[in-house]
Design a protein around this ligand. Structure first.
Ligand SMILES: [Zn+2]
Length: 504
């Protein structure tokens, strides 16, 4: 299959433009990963999920994607945290890389093809800095206090500096006049190589400029070059990285290699936290409101988080609140109800034999792929795509309300089954067996309420015993108590089953 044309918003041109790749049908993608010194929070999850969907969709549409996402394992924050804990910085980062991978798998992220670490690429970094020094784009500051000077990038040496963020060098000078560092020629100059301070616990490597370690920005330029070449197709990250991080990446790479860096730049919007009154509040350690991925995954299935993220376009800001997560959980529950109907239905009834619900479920299912691809091919518009998903879910559930649906509507629901397969592959929601999802919901929602599956099943068994003894008053009371805990009991020929009710 030849790949479908895809449009993408490019921060560099500030316009939606056709995705053009160096090699037709192949995409090289670099995404800035995390600085690994703590557990990931939902802001990280949003950014990582945005690019997970980008990669899934590109592959689904016929592209061969080489996806690189780095781990920053050499950084001031890591060094500081490791010192507090009395362990080696690279041991600390190794621990949090493992935690990050586990958390992201929990949100259904497919691992990147390559996850390079800074500490494995010091040679590439030194080579790129050497090229910058040779070409006059970088200089070593004069030694101070017996330490070698840092090697800084000279922003004034790059006539194109500021092209991504739109910032002007003169404005940067004016804005930072107070904080001018004597070792820098221009206040916006930034460290490519930081001289070692002699502290044995601080990671350091030999270089032509003395022992030291890389500054933050250079690592991405060096690792992207190592795995994707001097020029590649797509570069992604959070909107907060546009300046200075991505601006600096472009400057280093283009001045160092003499070639254009990434063709397209994609940035995901911020995730903000809302208080119950709907006001945005900052997520910060001091406010004690850091929402860790693993804490959320203990209480809701990972797909609920995915569902919440994709209901907004990746470029939009996303105000998070627990109400919003709950409503995504409700929506997901309905999606699985529909999937259950679609995949369990048998029978060869024609759409019109099941009236308007039959016709709707059939028509909406048949029209789904074209509409869904149109939304997703246009700058990965998951918000619009999810609108289509829930149109489908509503139509299937409406048909499912017909008692005859499961024994008659197998043929009518064939397009819906195909649509659910597309949704699972591209969006990553509805990817589970419905029963496995309902079981996970039971365990996690009960845990969130401080209850357990065993306890609920004991209460249901007590109700069944009351019914067997024809003690209807006790049976009704037990059922009402369960219902008050959002446990819905369904009596059938084979006994009583139950499910968790969410959100209503
Ligand atoms: Zn980066």
């Amino acid at each position: 299959m030849s790949p479908a044309p895809i449009s993408v918003y490019n921060t560099l041109s500030r316009a939606i433009e056709p995705l053009s790749t160096k090699v037709p049908g192949e995409v090289g993608l670099y995404v800035c990963g995390m600085t690994v010194y703590d557990y990931c929070h939902i802001g990280h999850a949003r950014a990582m999920l945005a690019f997970d969907v980008v990669v899934r969709h590109l592959r689904h549409r016929g592209y061969a994607v080489r996806f690189v996402r780095n781990h920053t394992d050499v950084d001031d924050k890591i060094i500081l945290r490791a010192r507090e804990q009395g362990i080696a910085p690279l041991d600390l980062s190794a621990k949090f890389i493992a935690a990050l991978e586990e958390d992201l798998l929990g949100v259904g992220l497919r691992p990147p093809d390559i996850t390079p670490k800074v500490s494995d690429h010091i040679g590439d970094i030194v080579a790129l800095i050497s090229a910058l020094v040779e070409k006059g784009h970088a200089y070593q500051a004069t030694p101070q206090d017996g330490r070698a000077g840092d090697v800084n990038f000279s922003v004034a040496s790059d006539p194109e500096y500021g092209k991504l963020s739109g910032k002007k060098l003169d404005d940067l000078r004016a804005g930072e006049r107070v904080a001018v560092d004597g070792a820098k020629r221009h206040p916006a100059d930034f460290a490519l190589w930081k001289a070692w301070n002699g502290e044995p616990t601080e990671p350091h490597w030999p270089s032509p400029w003395g022992e030291g370690r890389p500054g933050w920005h250079i690592e991405c330029s060096a690792m992207a070059r190592h795995y994707l070449g001097d020029s590649f197709d797509l570069h992604g990250g959070g909107i907060d990285l546009v300046f200075p991080h991505h601006e600096n990446e472009i400057a280093q790479s283009e001045c160092g290699t003499g070639h254009p860096y990434a063709t397209h730049w994609m940035h995901n919007g911020h995730l903000t936290i809302q208080d119950p009154g709907g006001e945005d509040i900052k997520m910060s350690k001091s406010l004690g409101n850091i929402m860790r991925i693993r804490d959320i995954l203990a209480e809701v299935p990972g797909e609920a988080l995915r569902c919440m993220f994709v209901e907004s376009h990746y470029r939009s800001p996303l105000p998070y609140s627990s109400d919003r997560l709950t409503s995504s959980l409700v929506a997901l529950d309905r999606l699985y109800c529909a999937k259950d109907v679609a995949f369990s239905a048998t029978g060869e009834a024609e759409p019109k034999a099941m009236g308007e619900p039959g016709l709707d479920a059939f028509d909406i299912g048949r029209a789904f792929p074209e509409r869904f691809y149109a939304a997703m091919d246009n700058d990965f518009n998951t918000a619009e795509a999810m609108g289509l998903v829930f149109d489908l879910v509503r139509a299937v559930n409406r048909l499912g309300n017909d008692r005859g649906a499961r024994s008659k509507a197998g043929k009518i629901l064939a397009p819906a089954r195909a649509a659910f397969a597309i949704i699972a592959d591209v969006i990553g929601v509805g990817a589970m067996e419905p029963q496995a999802f309902f079981d996970e919901m039971k365990v996690k929602r009960l845990r969130a309420m401080g209850r357990s599956v065993d306890e609920v099943e004991a209460r249901i068994a007590a109700r069944s015993a009351a019914r067997a003894a024809k003690d209807w008053a006790a049976a009704d009371r037990l059922r009402a108590e369960l219902d008050a805990d959002n446990i819905v009991v369904m009596d059938g020929a084979a006994g009583s089953t139950w499910r968790m009710r969410v959100g209503d």
